[in-house]
Design a protein around this ligand. Structure first.
Ligand code: ADP
Ligand code: ZN
Ligand code: ZN
Length: 763
């Protein structure tokens, strides 16, 4: 009997498992795992799927369908990638199809799902090039130059071509981009046309990358300070011992400089490096910094690229540095899915950042943890970096699972910023507040403005006011599709729901007692901006939040204006807290630390500490010690006291104790199931069935079902069930039990209008 008759295919559908098809004679020896194939599903539909395994085990099916077409000569996903997908699908309890859809650009999946109307979405772009004409290629270059003596412009253009192409030997034809050549020679198209008529040069269309080519200028590497050198040596040493290292370095200690040295080492050895960042917004400054060192071999990947651009980036990652592709890739979480050839190192910067976790849709994966698995599959090292590591990662390094390297001082011994607490309760009582600003903050701002230094003000809410209220009866306008208050946006004169986008004009009267004059409560960035313009009429003010950065380049414009000192005061949400490095920034104001700390979540304290440290870390990075003014009604709060001393270690100790006492990660594993239904009673019924089913196996380790804080979004009622499993045992069996319970629930009558989402490590 012949070998390899069957192929297991992953389909881009939310169906469990893979599907087996037969490989007809015409395809024998031509199909390999990782190739896209066409297969029929149901009676009519043809889908593009990916082969994940080829084997010779006939499935227990009556009728097995054949593969109807192959789309690739070369696999689009290699064995390591397919193994990564399988790990994600198993660990995060989602279907392989959901992982594949997240992993591959949709351009790789032809539009028409029906065979025959198949069209590839991705077409390479062609551009005009110029090269030496075949008839001239054999001639002596000098002879050609001599012939052109009487047409100086043509001669100049030809010499420029030779220079730019590096004086090729006579028979070598090196194409140069027409646009670049004409620009460099500074001659018109007509000059080129004359040379083309004389059969000296020829113009042709060639495929190019859509991605812009940067010039290949490289900056020298900085010389590391002694503490940085020691840290680098220790990282190398721990890499060989444990493979995974946590670099805990205070803000501005030079973590990025250390990354640069490690990247260089890998590239020199012909290996690739993946540099993960939590958000696109962070990438601009870092990209510029890394491109200065690594030039064109630096690739960037995030979700704002078009699908066609994503295909090109994939191709360049697949060629690797040596093939003119990318050695270093800077990207957000989805960059994990690029087809690396020889990955040597994965850097996960700001490893504590919540944006690394994808919450919706599935796969609900954590990019830090998945990156560590990816590194393992490649035999590569993983480096986690942070100024205030997540409790999980620090715990892992304290227990010896990861290596730990610490950098305790800022580069150049600039002091960490001085933190000043400003008691808002007291200032309100003494009537010293000017709108939302304490005398402490105003004084520091005055001084900075006088010295021509810059200021950042942080407020964790966008919009003008988080809600409106009727002063007579206390009525608050709410979204009619979600259980949340509507936020007032003054610029648009609207009330907006931050969960579903619903908006309405500002109501003139109370919806309950009809009295006029609703008042605003609380404050967001928009209100702060308004007030700052009144208090500091001469200052140049800008605001950075989701509302001001909707345009493609808006973020960069606001940041560069601040960088170039064209803005004095920048007001923003957590967008301004991360990664940014401004030379002249000396004062940071946190307008209301209390709403961070009072958030009902087991990570609220840890996150508040990170955020306050991060925002503070923007101040005084280069020359002068910065000052951070934290406004709070509760200056004795224990987290705030720790921020005051930049005392990460005690934060960790306290958090770890609490989590152990109340059984939270990293001392347990959490799996959260959310159920959604448009009918409240039906939702209650279904969630009770599932809850009871799970309790019969896991007992008290099942919490809920209960309504979450926001119990309705976009007309869907929500209930959640939380399962806390012991750390000691593997969760594989528990996951099987949960999957079976859900499968049983899905068979209940009427369950098709229920939506179920499983989130493993939902934090
Ligand atoms: P981190 O990543 O820890 O916040 P950075 O690497 O951004 O710190 O360093 C902070 C600042 O100090 C940057 O402007 C960086 O260029 C500078 N710096 C750090 N280390 C060195 C060094 N060894 N030589 C020159 N400049 C350095
Ligand atoms: Zn009222
Ligand atoms: Zn809503």
């Amino acid at each position: 009997m012949m070998n390899n008759h069957f192929a297991d295919v992953i389909l881009p559908l939310a169906l469990r498992g893979t599907f087996t098809y037969s490989i007809g004679n015409e395809f024998t020896g031509k199909v390999f795992p990782g190739m896209r194939v066409l297969v029929q599903v149901g009676s009519k539909k043809v889908y593009t799927g990916i082969i994940c395994r080829i084997h010779d085990e006939p499935p227990a099916l009556e009728k097995i369908r054949p593969i109807t077409g192959i789309l690739d000569d070369v696999p689009v996903a290699d064995a390591i990638q397919i193994r990564l997908w399988q790990w994600i699908s198993g660990y995060y309890m989602c279907t392989p199809g959901e992982v594949m859809k997240a992993a591959l650009p949709s351009a790789l999946f032809p539009e028409g799902m029906v065979a025959g109307t198949l069209r590839e979405k991705y077409r390479p772009r062609k551009e005009a090039f110029v090269q030496i004409h075949t008839e001239s290629a054999g001639d002596e270059l000098n002879l050609i130059i001599d012939k052109l003596n009487r047409s100086p412009k043509q001669r100049h253009l030809f010499i420029t071509y030779l220079k730019m192409s590096g004086y090729p030997g006579c028979s070598e034809k090196i194409p140069l981009k027409k646009e670049l050549l004409l620009r460099e020679a500074d001659v018109s198209q007509a000059v080129l046309e004359s040379l083309v008529r004389k059969k000296i040069l020829v113009s042709l269309m060639l495929e190019t990358s859509r991605l812009s080519n940067q010039e290949n200028r490289r900056d020298p590497f900085s010389i590391l300070s002694d503490p940085q050198k020691k840290a680098l040596d220790k990282i190398r040493h721990l890499f060989s011992e444990k493979g995974i290292v946590l670099l805990h370095g205070v803000t501005s200690s030079g973590k990025t400089e250390i990354y640069i040295h490690l990247i260089e080492e890998q590239l020199k050895q012909g290996r690739q490096v993946l540099y993960l960042l939590p958000e696109i917004a962070l990438t601009t400054q870092i990209i510029n910094r890394l491109k200065k060192h690594f030039g064109d071999s630096t690739g960037v990947y995030h979700s704002r690229f078009s699908e066609a651009e994503k295909v090109e980036i994939r191709n360049k990652v697949a060629s690797g540095d040596a093939g003119g592709g990318y050695g270093l890739v800077i990207g957000v979480r989805s960059a994990l899915f690029l087809p690396f050839r020889k990955l040597g190192l994965v850097i996960i910067d700001e490893e504590q950042d919540p944006s690394y976790k994808q919450h919706d849709p599935a796969p609900r994966y954590h990019a830090r943890d998945t990156a560590i698995v990816l590194a393992g599959l490649h035999g590569a090292h993983a480096l986690l970096g942070s100024a205030s590591p997540s409790v999980e990662s620090y715990h892992n390094s304290v227990t010896g699972k990861y290596g730990l390297v610490e950098l305790k001082e800022r580069y150049g011994f600039v002091n960490l910023p001085e933190i000043i607490l400003a008691n808002t309760r007291e200032s309100y009582r003494k009537k010293l507040m000017i709108s939302h600003f304490t005398p402490e903050l105003l004084e520091a701002m005055d001084e900075a403005l006088n010295n021509k230094e810059q200021i950042i003000l942080f407020q964790n809410r966008r919009g003008f006011a988080p809600y409106l209220e009727c002063p007579e009866c206390g009525w608050v306008p709410k979204c009619n599709q979600c259980s949340v208050n509507l936020t007032y946006h003054k610029g648009q004169n609207r009330l907006i729901c931050h969960y579903c986008g619903y908006f309405q004009p500002l109501p003139a009267h109370c919806g309950n007692c009809n009295s006029p004059g609703l008042v605003t409560r609380g404050f967001g960035t928009e209100k702060i901006e308004d007030e700052i313009r009144i208090v500091f009429p001469k200052a140049r003010v800008a605001r950075l939040d989701q509302d001001t950065t909707k345009g493609r380049d808006a973020f960069n414009r606001i940041i560069s204006a601040f960088e170039q000192n064209r803005t004095d005061i920048l007001i923003g949400t957590q967008m301004i807290s991360k990664g940014l490095d401004f030379e002249n920034l000396t004062v940071v104001g946190v307008l209301n630390a209390d709403n961070l700390l009072n958030f009902p979540d087991f990570r609220a304290h840890e996150r508040s500490f990170h955020l306050l440290e991060q925002v503070s870390g923007r101040a005084g990075r280069r020359k002068k010690q910065g000052r951070v003014i934290i406004q709070t009604a509760d200056p004795d709060n224990k987290i705030i006291r720790l921020v005051l001393k930049h005392d990460y270690y005690n934060l960790f100790r306290l958090q770890a104790e609490e989590r152990q006492a109340f059984n939270y990660p990293p001392f347990c594993r959490m799996i959260r199931i959310s159920l959604k239904h448009k009918d409240r009673a039906a939702l209650n019924g279904f969630s009770d069935i599932l809850g009871n089913d799970l309790k019969s196996v896991f007992g008290k380790r099942v919490l809920g079902p209960e309504y979450p804080l926001i119990s309705r979004i976009q007309s869907w009622y929500i209930k959640t069930i939380l399962i806390k499993l012991g750390r000691d045992k593997s969760a594989v069996n528990a996951k099987l039990v949960i999957a079976e319970a859900i499968a049983r629930l899905e068979k209940e009558k009427g369950a098709s209008s229920l939506r179920i989402a499983i989130d493993v490590d939902p934090y």
